[in-house]
Design a protein around this ligand. Sequence first.
Ligand code: UDP
Length: 331
Amino acid sequence: MRLIVTGGAGYIGSVVADQLVAGGHKVIVVDDLRKGHAAAVPPNAQHARFDLADTAALDALFDRTAPDAVLHFAAYSLVGESVQRPDRYYHNNVTVTLGLLDAMQRHGVRRLVFSSTAAVYGDPQRIPIVEDEPTAPTNPYGATKLAIEQALPWYEAAFGLRFVSLRYFNAAGATDRLGEDHDPESHLIPLLLQVALGQRPYAEIFGTDYPTPDGTCIRDYIHVSDLAEAHVLALEALDHGSRIYNLGNGAGFSVREVLETARRVTGHPIPAVEAPRRPGDPPRLVAASDRIVAELGWRPRFPDLEAIVGSAWEWARRHPTGYPEEDGPLE
Ligand code: UDP
């Protein structure tokens, strides 16, 4: 297939783009590099560098490439930042995505794999979380992803759009080539590894008074390669109907447990200080991924947290300053 991968220079998008290229697809990455890295785009993919809000550029790309499907990763995805700047999240994650859907419709492209998030559930009543759990986001990030999820069935009914929405839990780990490199870094595992590399004096634990056994937040960490494989399966299944799937390992680890794992993996003491809660963080997010296992035959190959952190550590050691510097964003 000919595939447009928005955000394909980012952490998850680049790993998916890599797998799609390896699977023989023709991949066109759209990424303006405001967050992504040119070096993360697969060597055999095309890279169209423009802002997705640029409708004319999008139309020209659809005209030129006639894609069979779109995988839409490009978005802002930080819980804390979304609480501070909901305006940016609504604009980029909702307005720009609706513009992409319009462009798809103008060009008769009716297949979409959409990056959604466990943040749509808010503070769920039942753990592990099934897809039918009520959605009630506790932060603008989750709310903006949910807004698009809620639009998709209407677009399907009216325009025949087929979609698979994948609700990611906590992507982590690295492949040989691709890893996590955000600026500034805000994610737990890369921050712990930066301490182990001597780049930060200590880590912070955001909140120790949550209603969890050790008082810190519990998350379900999933290896980015396993996450990526689910996209390939989703793409293949698109013609059978639209679906929503959770993607996690079904095991929850507290911030303190992740810290202990990082200490074991790196052999570094990783000092940590207790800090206030980060606004918008729900106490516990753990996936039931039975639906995608049963329907698409998805099987995580790295369900073990130690292996996930180990792969991130390998990558961090080989890329202590992340990807090579590239030009700044176009804006
Ligand atoms: N966290 C933390 N210290 C940090 C970064 C994150 O305690 O320096 C916590 C955060 O509050 C959350 C968990 O680690 O409970 C995972 O956060 P991350 O930002 O990695 O992913 P998120 O769950 O927000 O997608």
